[in-house]
Design a protein around this ligand. Structure first.
Ligand code: SF4
Length: 341
């Protein structure tokens, strides 16, 4: 069954003649009412993935399909019309940069509707109030304030209100809780879950915070250097990772381990870093403790269970490679997670 939003073979490169690859053959499917997390370190391509999906970055190759219609090929008037429809919405990462400092909260949230141009003022005002109320902000008290006069948590929720005011079918939220304290973080996570439950909205949450995703995501995709190295149901991926990079991410997230993920054992290093260049072979080879000569050939994502894929030649051997279902001693400070070359 195809998803509401489908990314297939998505490749993006920046620089002269595409010298700097940022995404490489990304496959991701998001179904109606589903929350999909995208995790990875800074620089893994998460934000580029989000921006490409919503049409802000043109892919070099591959397709973005929304509700059966390819949108990555839209240009000019057709692209503007699709954006104005607001069906696919993007909540930017940094509220201070994303919000115009001279636009009041109310006007900032209204902007996607005023740009659409086919909704009357009364309807816009009602929709803005509804969006602010949905994210838990008091429109009467905060509506006329500027972004600089409200708290960081409130700004983050203004961005979300602005992203949902068009009543999108898919919301892509880029690091929606990264700058928030625990209570605001929980509030925003509950809000995303509620939007999915009440409106059937699909949500893609870009995050480097595994514990936030563990509580709300149905599925998760793990991005490393622009490639999806593993994806599947969040409980299975966090509970029994089948790619060394996922395992090491989890090893660095104690709260995820405590919630049923791997707990306290080790990945055992078994190999020296390969002598070949970082551009050859498996994208994780230069940090991987299990690298072998076979890894000189880049592994394609392969099925490793129901609804799961992993891009690792040694995924079938994982039971032997991991001494215990716990990975803690693989944490970065042990030196197991080698610095990226
Ligand atoms: S393919 Fe090889 S280098 Fe890549 S993650 Fe698997 S074992 Fe490590």
């Amino acid at each position: 069954m195809s998803g509401l939003l489908e990314l297939s073979g998505l490749t993006v490169a920046f620089g002269r003649r595409g010298a700097r690859p940022v995404l490489d053959g990304v496959e991701l499917s998001v179904g109606e009412g589903e929350i999909v997390g995208v995790i990875g370190e800074t620089g893994s391509g998460k934000t580029t993935l989000a921006r490409t999906a919503v049409g802000l970055v043109p892919p070099r190759s591959g397709r973005v399909v929304f509700d059966g219609r390819e949108i990555s090929g839209l240009r000019g008037r057709a692209l503007r019309a699709f954006r104005r429809s607001g069906q696919l919405s993007y909540a930017f990462q940094d509220p201070l940069r994303a919000l115009d400092p001279e636009l009041t909260v109310r006007r900032a949230v209204a902007e996607p509707l005023t740009v659409a141009g086919d909704i009357g003022d009364t309807e816009i005002a009602a929709r803005v109030d509804e969006a602010l109320e949905t994210v838990g902000l008091d429109a009467a008290r905060l509506g006329d304030r500027l972004p600089g006069a409200i708290s960081g948590g409130q700004r983050q929720r203004v961005l979300l209100a602005r992203a949902i005011v068009t009543r999108p079918r898919v919301l892509i939220a880029d690091e929606p809780v990264s700058a928030l304290d625990a209570s605001n973080r929980n509030r925003v996570l509950r809000l995303l879950d509620r939007l999915r439950a009440e409106r059937g909205m699909a949500v893609v949450v870009i995050s480097h915070d595994l514990s936030s995703l563990a509580g709300i995501a149905d599925r998760v995709a793990v991005l490393y250097r622009g490639r999806v190295v593993e994806q599947g149901p969040v409980r299975e991926v966090f509970g029994r990772p089948l790619h060394p990079y996922t395992a090491l991410l989890i090893a660095s997230a104690p709260s995820v381990r405590a919630e049923g993920g791997p707990g306290a054992a080790a990945l055992r290093p078994s190999a020296e870093p390969p002598g070949w260049t970082a551009r050859e072979g498996c994208v994780f080879a230069h940090r991987c403790p299990f690298v072998t000569d076979a890894c000189r050939t880049a592994p394609a994502p392969a099925p490793v269970g129901r609804g799961r894929t992993a891009a690792c030649h040694r995924a079938p051997e994982w039971r032997e490679l991991i001494a215990d279902p716990v990975i803690a001693q693989g944490a970065p400070e042990t030196g197991l997670l080698k610095a990226a070359p």
